[in-house]
Write a protein that binds this ligand. Structure first.
Ligand code: FES
Length: 107
């Protein structure tokens, strides 16, 4: 279980507990948090679950694989150091306190 803070582009914060094994995208979807669309349902095929991981967490989340890296090229204004696809980040206790910020829009 991890407490995750999702910050909308307008600054609205949502702090929710997300169970281990779910993805950061599923945590937003299951709690009706706006700003993460996840059109492909988590298949790493749409880039509409893009967020900027808070700088304090950029090195702590598990690394991206090549597929996520490629798909991020299609995201809106990706930041090489902080952009991630939330459907590719599995929640564990190690992510307790994670903070992610939504982009202005999803593609
Ligand atoms: S939900 Fe489509 S890439 Fe993450």
């Amino acid at each position: 279980m991890a407490k995750i803070t999702y910050i909308e582009h307008n600054g609205t914060e949502h702090v929710v507990e997300v169970a281990n094994g779910l993805t950061v995208m599923e945590g937003a979807r299951d709690n009706n948090i706006p700003g993460i669309e996840a059109d492909c349902g988590g298949a790493c095929a749409c880039s509409t679950c893009h967020v900027y991981v808070h700088a304090d967490w950029a090195e702590k989340v598990p690394a991206k694989d090549d597929m996520e890296e490629d798909m991020l090229d299609f995201a809106f204004e990706p930041d090489p150091s902080r952009s991630r696809l939330t459907c590719q980040i599995k929640v564990t206790d190690a992510l307790d306190g994670l903070v992610v910020q939504m982009p202005e829009k999803q593609i």
